[in-house]
Design a protein. Sequence first.
Length: 190
Amino acid sequence: MKILLGKLKGRNFYMPHGIRPSPNIVRKAIFDMLGQDVEGLSVLELYAGSGAVGFDAISLGAKKATFVESDPAVVMVIEDNCRLLGLEEELGLRRYEVVHADVFFAVKQWVKTDRKFDLVFVDPPYGEELAKKTLKHLTAHDILQPACLLFLQHEKREILPESSGRFSLIRQRKYGTSRLSVYEGRPSGS
């Protein structure tokens, strides 16, 4: 696979075996919706797989990308890719974190430390209705900045709600058998 955007554009990285990668058209659409402006943002990629979305975010200037993956073999590939891409240390800052954990467990841990993210990318395995479950979990656990954006890539047949807590669906697009649903966070009380 290749990084699509930013200063690392065109750099290759490894694809873990047995995962369904986000198609390039979906990755590009995500960053086009953002105006490719992720400079200084904290990015969370749940069900990280290859880490492609987080790598593109770092390449475009995200402050940090956090990758959450439960499969130990996939975690090792993400870590290898971080080294391959030279993300170990840049200007004395570690630009990434790889978390080997269940998504729901990781989210609960961040609530305890009051950690907050600006952008979240969710691309769970298909066939388990995990996009809806993850959206509900993120709604129930406060780990996102008030004006965050949440991108969920899910099976076309899995229908997500128009709103969930403080999140409102602002855009949806179909890509083959996938759907990309974009939610915007509203500050509490608005």
